[in-house]
Design a protein around this ligand. Structure first.
Ligand code: ADP
Ligand code: MG
Length: 691
């Protein structure tokens, strides 16, 4: 048995390692920099770099890299070895403070959404001292932010850190009003539940659609999908279990708190959840988790699929982001608490989240928008594209009582009067579970269930943090100016609940009735990613992000452009993969199938006296379907050829339907063609490939 506490974080240049290895003065200077209260000078950086290098070399590292999170959705880094020529023809291992602090990748080779047209191509990676360096694959990875020559963010980490600062500033104003011992810092916390599929690598490699696009673009429904409901929490298959064990260990070495693992609903679907951490750490760790899932799967002869909907007809994968706020004094600000005093503070933060989600529903929707997530949201296993919140009956009743000033009948004590000074004691579980809600209160945090499995934790959090910061700002302005705090708080509660309760829905969000009800309530329903993208550059969004210094107008435009471009490119590649597969695989298979049937028919007819109805029936169906296949193939090819870059509406309205039509015919042909002839492993083979 391995010693887990010893293994844990063994590849991380953690606080403990720094304290042990750095001179006390240098360690202190670094901590101040991490708290953004001081600048790091080059001499100090040189000492830290030298110490880091010695530590990394002892652990077998030969290279270092600035590790960053550009707008590609994955991480990036260029590896440089530590070697430097010495005079006698030998080398020494060297790492300077300047190499630690700043790098200069070419910004023009990574998505910049037009920022590089107006500014220089040069980009900088700058050491993010709030995140620990670590060793991966023999390289010392230094977490960095990535920005343009003129300081504009070109990554996901910079705006995330800015949004965390924004909410920190406003939340501390609220805490001060409640006379809390002043918190030095309020951080947002995130615990991302990561869903994924594992299939056999051999089958994966035979599916160019999976290899190029991450999802199957063809595939007739298998005889057994998820209808038996026998996979969720089921016994782990030995290969899966071995994969999960190695994954846990590798994650632990990197200081990731991998905690929960289990089988998910669909066959071949699984989940991993870590213990929550501060959102910036959670974002880094989730990227590492996704990377390791892929590389470790490969070692086990498996392929890990992180697409939101790898298979039609079975559940897709999400990344449920559990979110809360915590003060550095150790208080979870969304914990209902035991005392009325704490409850008032809790209720104010709760109302801030309610108002933020209602006011900025469109932006939250945008933060989870992608071509991949369009395949999942609104399907029968995932929340619809409408943002709503679940609070549970208890909290909803309390809020109703607060709004009307009526008495709230607590289960334990029925005569409790509701004022803001006298609030109910909450029972242990203030909310039941609702697995259909896009944004559910789960006792002491919210669970945002719309993000897709391949998403970065950053984007949904940037929106959530900034939106809540904005509402807290308004609350603090109002309450700070009030002479009668209690009265002002009661009035604020009444006003806020009255105006924003429409966002609360405790029923089944997957039902059709909810869609109609949501429309009646005036909630926005941005069905596709293309509908959602423009919200990012709306005047409301520009104002929000500018006020809290999270995104400038040009940063927002660049992100909008990257999203639109990404959407079009995704669909373009999917369409080309389809036409390629049909021409190079499906058509030859269908011709071979018809040829066999025709040959047999001819022979039977030549001999006379045989019943030929099967061959005749098959040939007729195959001929009709292949003619239709050709029509639809031609249509898709023509549609794609007319597409102009970055016309997302066109891709959604013309290319996507043409793809769906082509798939329908191909899938029917699959059911009529011998498995030995069909060019692709079937759904059944893929979904049940790991035994
Ligand atoms: P579920 O029952 O929703 O599937 P899991 O145990 O899979 O729950 O995941 C719950 C996640 O919520 C974990 O990552 C957990 O650490 C996280 N979590 C718990 N408390 C908080 C909090 N205060 N802030 C953020 N995340 C939290
Ligand atoms: Mg879970």
């Amino acid at each position: 048995m391995k010693n887990i506490p010893e293994l844990f974080g063994s590849m991380v240049f953690s606080d403990a390692v720094m304290r042990e290895r750095l001179p006390a003065g240098i360690y202190g200077a670094l901590k101040e920099t991490a708290r953004q209260s001081a600048h790091l000078d080059l001499e100090t950086a040189n000492v830290i770099a030298e110490t880091m290098k010695d530590w990394a070399v002892e652990k077998g590292a030969t290279h270092f890299a600035h590790w960053f999170q550009p707008m590609t959705g994955i991480t990036a880094g260029k590896l440089d070895s530590f070697i430097a020529p010495a005079e006698d023809g030998r080398v020494i291992m060297e790492f300077s403070g300047s190499s630690l602090v700043r790098g200069e990748p070419d910004a023009s080779s990574l998505p910049s959404g037009g920022l590089r047209a107006t500014f220089e191509a040069r980009g900088y990676t700058v050491w993010d001292t709030s995140s620990y360096a670590f060793i991966k694959d023999g390289a010392l990875m230094i977490p960095t932010v990535f920005c343009s020559y003129s300081g504009e963010a070109l990554d996901k980490k910079t705006p995330l850190l800015r949004s965390m600062e924004a909410i920190d500033r406003q939340a501390r104003r609220i805490l001060a009003l409640f006379g809390e011992t002043p918190a030095r810092r309020v951080v947002t916390t995130a615990g991302p539940e990561q869903e994924y599929f594992l299939i056999d690598k051999a089958g994966y490699l035979k599916r160019p659609d999976l290899v190029y696009t991450g999802r199957t673009l063809f595939g007739a429904r298998p005889p057994k999908g998820q209808e038996m409901e026998d996979h969720y929490f089921g016994c782990l298959k030995p290969r899966v279990s071995a994969f999960m064990k190695e994954l846990d260990e590798e994650l632990w070495k990197l200081g990731v708190y991998a905690k929960t693992k289990h089988n998910e609903t669909a066959p071949a679907q699984h989940e991993l959840a870590p213990v929550f951490t501060a959102t910036n750490t959670a974002t880094d760790h989730n990227q590492l988790t996704m990377e390791l899932m892929k590389s470790i799967a490969d070692k086990h002869g498996l392929a890990c699929l992180l697409h939101e909907k790898p298979f039609a007809g079975v559940n897709g994968s999400g990344k449920h982001i559990n979110w809360s706020l915590a003060s550095d004094t150790g208080v979870n600000l969304l914990e209902p608490g035991e005392t009325p005093y704490e409850n008032a503070q809790f209720l104010l933060f709760l109302m801030a989240v309610i108002k933020a989600v209602d006011e900025y529903q469109d932006l939250l929707r945008t933060s989870v928008a992608s071509a991949g997530n369009d395949c999942r949201l609104g399907a029968n296993e995932a929340p619809p594209a409408i943002v709503s919140m679940f609070l549970g009956d208890e909290l909803t009743e309390i809020l109703e009582a607060l709004e009307s000033g009526a008495e709230y009948c607590n289960k334990e004590k029925c005569d409790m009067e509701i004022g803001v000074t006298v609030l109910p004691h909450f029972p242990k579980d203030v909310a039941d579970r609702n697995r259909t809600s896009p944004f559910a209160f789960t006792g002491n945090r919210f669970e945002f269930r719309m993000p897709g499995s391949s998403f970065s934790v950053a984007e949904p959090n940037i929106v959530l943090n900034t939106a809540v910061a904005e509402v807290l700002r308004g609350f603090a302005d109002e309450l700070e100016a009030a002479d009668d705090f209690t009265g002002a708080l009661a009035a604020l509660a009444r006003k806020t609940i009255g105006k924003h309760k429409r966002i609360i829905f405790n029923g089944n969000s997957y039902s059709e009735e909810w869609q109609a009800e949501a429309a009646r309530r005036g909630l926005s329903s941005l069905k596709t990613a293309v509908d959602a993208f423009p919200s990012l550059i709306s005047p409301k969004s520009v104002e929000l992000f500018a006020r809290h210094q999270v995104y400038s107008r040009s940063e927002l435009s660049s992100r909008h452009e990257i999203l639109m471009e990404g959407y079009c490119k995704t669909l373009h590649i999917e369409a080309l993969t389809m036409t390629d597969l049909v021409k190079g695989g499906v058509i030859p298979a269908v011709i071979a199938g018809q040829n066999e049937a025709a040959k047999l028919l001819k022979r039977k007819k030549a001999c006379g006296g045989f019943n030929c109805s099967l061959e005749e029936h098959l040939l007729t169906r195959l001929s009709n379907l292949s003619a239709r296949l050709l029509d639809r193939l031609t249509h898709l090819e023509e549609t794609v050829s007319k597409a102009r870059p970055a016309r997302a509406e066109y891709y959604r309205d013309a290319v996507l339907p043409a793809m769906t039509e082509l798939r329908a015919v191909a899938d029917e042909l699959e059911t009529l063609t011998a498995k030995t002839l069909w060019p692709l492993p079937s759904y059944a083979e893929l979904l049940h490939s790991v035994i």
